[in-house]
Design a protein around this ligand. Structure first.
Ligand SMILES: Cc1cc2nc3c(=O)[nH]c(=O)nc-3n(C[C@H](O)[C@H](O)[C@H](O)COP(=O)(O)OP(=O)(O)OC[C@H]3O[C@@H](n4cnc5c(N)ncnc54)[C@H](O)[C@@H]3O)c2cc1C
Length: 418
């Protein structure tokens, strides 16, 4: 019997497993794939996420992987240009953009080092139940369709299995909030050339450059309604997008080589799912997904892992407690009490998730709307006239402050032309 089965061993699931194993809980971590392996992502981890990596003791491993610190952000929208960096969080000023085959493997290794058991190539195919309560998972070997299903009982099942979460589907976790897709994204890794973390917004889309372990990731985003057109000749459209919307960056690409094939997606969903039920919870993309344009998914996954683990660890039993024989009646009463304590901890986690992530969700929906570009330009032109507001802007982009803090009397006066 495990205390917890975590389904999905990447940046949401591995930290949950690591934190709960460190708290002395018996944890099984399952993934249908194998690690290290790559994953669709433009890689950028903002300062709050970096601070959690440090708190968890794995930031040195990320640095040692050769991933460069990113201490300068350049943002250009037409002729408006802002340059700066978010304020440090717990002393960490730099952002990082590690390749996912680096980051996810570091996190899974940390979970195993903490005592979690990792089983790879194991696809969860059903949830076990006792009435309405989820009591474990059934999985099958991904590499052997004829293998018998394996049933694993657990007090808590955590779905950290991505945007198309099977755990969410099996648990019946409905989408509580949902908005249409707004963008589509393509990116490739290029050989190293001088670059900061750079963001451009131009007449036909968004472009970014992100230095990573083995080169620079250059991405191009388009409004969602162009996806069908773009996907049929993605490489040509990708280069056109960079040339049109980030001509200076495009010129620098002339000295670099595209090292890997273009990757992309048009399936950038925007939603919050119900985050918990009796005996189950969702973390990371499984429970909440938003357009990747604002680069929040990894940090949000870390935050949810931390919030969930700190709430459920104390109520998943005390591993140091001696085995005291109980009669059947008091046994049942004690089970009901501990189930109720677990459900209360899960409800608290869900409420905190929504409280912490709703504003950045709404902000992302605004940023990913091409139609709001002229308003954004006026705002950034005003912000750029004040050092103080520029700092607030970079802090808001990184998630350290609310975007509403930008709207000082000074900014409002500038916007009104006073
Ligand atoms: C184009 C793009 C660019 C992005 N850029 C950024 C960025 O710059 N910065 C940022 O912070 N975020 C970015 N994101 C978002 C970020 O990649 C995700 O938020 C993050 O990967 C979520 O992690 P996760 O662990 O929740 O899910 P995932 O990374 O999707 O991992 C889920 C895991 O679950 C496993 N799994 C699935 N189903 C099962 C099953 N039935 N049984 C067992 N295992 C299963 C999968 O094999 C996988 O390993 C981007 C996303 C996209 C698409």
């Amino acid at each position: 019997m495990y205390d917890v089965v975590v389904v999905g061993a990447r940046c949401a699931g591995a930290p949950v497993a690591m934190l709960l194993a460190r708290a002395g809980r018996r944890v099984l971590l399952l993934d249908r794939g194998t690690l290290p392996s790559d994953k669709l992502s433009t890689l950028y981890i903002q300062q709050p996420g970096v601070a959690l990596l440090r708190r968890w003791g794995v930031l040195d491993a990320v640095r040692d992987s050769g991933c460069p610190p990113l201490e300068r952000v350049v943002y250009e929208l037409g002729d408006v240009r802002l340059a700066g960096c978010a304020s440090p969080v717990d002393g960490e000023r730099a952002a990082y953009a590690p390749r996912r085959f680096v980051l996810d493997a570091i996190l899974a290794d940390a979970a195993v080092a903490a005592g979690a058991e990792l089983r790879q190539r194991c696809r969860v195919t059903a949830l076990l139940r006792d009435g309405k309560r989820v009591t474990g998972v059934e999985y099958r070997r991904s590499d052997d369709p004829d293998a018998e299903p394996v049933r694993v009982p657990a007090r808590l099942v955590v779905g950290a299995d991505g945007m198309r979460s099977s755990v969410a589907e099996f648990a019946g976790a409905e989408k509580l909030v949902q908005h249409p897709r707004l963008t589509c994204a393509y990116y490739a890794i290029w050989s190293r050339f001088p670059a900061d973390f750079e963001l451009y917004e131009g007449p036909t889309g968004w472009v970014s450059a992100v230095p990573t372990n083995d080169g620079v990731l250059v991405s191009a985003y388009y409004p969602q309604d162009r996806f069908e057109e773009v996907r049929h000749d993605a490489q040509r459209h990708y280069l056109d997008n960079v040339r049109t919307n980030a001509p200076g960056l495009f010129a620098r690409l002339g000295d670099a080589t595209q090292l890997e094939a273009l990757q992309g997606t048009g399936d950038q969903q925007n939603f919050f799912r119900r985050a918990h039920g009796p005996g189950w919870a969702l973390v990371g993309d499984a429970g909440h997904h938003k357009d990747s344009l604002t680069a929040r998914g990894i940090g949000d996954a870390f935050l949810q892992a931390q919030l969930l683990a700190e709430r459920v660890a104390p109520v998943l039993g005390d591993p140091a407690a001696p085995d005291v024989p109980l009669d059947a009646a008091s046994d049942a009463a004690s089970d009901a009490a501990s189930d109720a304590a677990l459900d209360a901890a899960l409800a608290d986690y869900a409420a905190e998730r929504d409280r912490r992530l709703t504003e950045s969700y709404q902000g992302t929906l605004l940023v990913a709307q091409a139609a709001a570009r002229e308003q954004r330009k006026a705002l950034l032109a005003a912000v750029g006239r004040s050092e103080e507001l520029t700092q607030v802007y970079f802090d808001a982009v990184a998630g350290l402050r609310s975007p509403t803090e930008l709207y000082t009397p000074q900014l409002q006066a500038m916007l009104a032309g006073r």
